[in-house]
Write a new protein. Structure first.
Length: 229
């Protein structure tokens, strides 16, 4: 599954294909005639039946989490539009979605919600202009890894943090690095080592948090560059 962007107009949609690159088809449509209507930032549900993604620039909302069936049916927004949510990740049991608020602004925070958008819980409270963002559930679902720039007055850099799934116990993971883009976890202890739950840093141990380095931002649509670079 991937985001496919049309050259020139910054419009992106969610597509799926077989592992050998065949049978490509769209899950969400290109929003023709709408500049920078971007579907991006994909998270497949644990049962493989649904996809959470970020819809940028749709219906006057800077960013919002949408959920759609793998067939492309039942595409709908979840959560309050005022949160400008992005960067979603499912809990391993599929009961919660963690996401980042204020994705195109300063002072991001992390929330969880039920997949229908109910039972909203704020996990972090960053002091402006700092932010917490890019959260990922652990394979067991009891912890969440995320990035924060709270230790840098000029917002220059980010550190890797881990907290409990209810937002308690936030603590720095001393990686020796001061930048990154999205945290990921190693394989679940109950899965074969050859079946990663998410893409991980080559040095990551099973069940441990790791730091995925920031991808080049050249060529991204303007709204994504503002939000992610």
């Amino acid at each position: 599954m991937f985001a496919r962007c049309q050259p020139g107009d910054g419009v992106c949609a969610i597509w799926i294909m077989r592992s050998n690159g065949t049978a490509k088809r769209a899950i969400t449509p290109f929003k023709e005639g709408t500049r920078e209507a971007v579907d991006f930032d994909i998270a497949v549900s644990p049962d493989g039946h649904r996809v959470a993604y970020t819809a940028f620039g749709q219906h006057g909302v800077a960013a919002r989490i949408h959920i759609v069936d793998m067939t492309g049916a039942n595409n709908h927004a979840v959560g309050p539009p005022a949160l400008e949510a992005a960067q979603s990740d499912w809990s391993p049991n599929g009961a919660r979605i963690v996401f980042t608020s204020n994705i195109v602004r300063l002072n991001d925070n992390l929330y969880t919600m039920a997949p229908d958008g109910s039972d909203l819980v704020q996990l972090t409270t960053a002091r402006y202009p700092h932010g917490n963002y890019a959260a990922a559930f652990s394979p067991e679902g009891n912890q969440i890894a995320f990035f924060s720039d709270r230790h840098y007055p000029d917002l220059c850099c980010e550190d890797l943090f881990i907290m409990n799934a209810d937002g308690s116990g936030q603590h720095l993971v001393p990686t020796g690095l001061t930048g990154g883009f999205e945290p990921a976890w190693g394989t679940s202890p109950v899965l074969p080592a050859t079946t990663p739950s998410r893409i991980t840093h080559p040095a990551a141990e099973p069940g441990s948090a790791s730091m995925a380095r920031e991808a080049p931002c050249r060529g991204l649509p303007e709204i994504l560059a503002r939000a992610l670079c």
